[in-house]
Design a protein around this ligand. Structure first.
Ligand code: NI
Length: 138
């Protein structure tokens, strides 16, 4: 970690009160860590906007495994991009529904495309790409 810098921030009192209430709800013990997390989150979001940036994320999928050939289709798509799909967790939620969480890594544009293709596959009931970072530079 680099050395710490101290900054002063002028902020509207009502806005600060709302911010304090929000971070207390989320369990932050002080404003500094909450500010740092907000800044880091913004930096991570920006990194995903650059197509060639190396990124890490998770893709969450919920689907009914009875849908014909859906399992095979989703697995096939993951094999097509095995360099980008690092790991997959599969949980049988109930008799019909499966939850799959994929850890994905690679160029931002590529990872986003893979996630969108998986999520938009017919039979996937819900899907979400969560953008995160490898952690370097944060
Ligand atoms: Ni299952």
């Amino acid at each position: 970690m680099s050395e710490l810098s101290r900054i002063g921030v002028a902020i509207d009192s009502d806005l600060l009160a709302r911010f304090d209430a929000l971070i207390a709800e989320r369990g932050y013990s002080n404003r500094s860590e909450a500010f740092r997390d907000l800044i880091r989150d913004e930096l991570v979001q920006r990194s995903w906007e650059r197509p060639d940036e190396q990124v890490v994320g998770t893709v969450t999928l919920v689907y009914d495994h009875h849908v014909r050939l859906l399992n095979e289709k989703l697995t096939g798509m993951q094999h097509d991009h095995y360099h980008n799909v690092l790991s997959t967790l599969h949980v049988h939620l109930d008799h019909d529904n499966c939850l799959e969480v994929l850890i994905v890594k690679g160029r931002s544009a590529e990872v986003r495309k893979i996630a969108e293709a998986l999520i938009s596959t017919k039979g996937v009931k819900h899907g979400r790409l969560t953008l995160t970072s490898g952690g370097a530079g944060l």
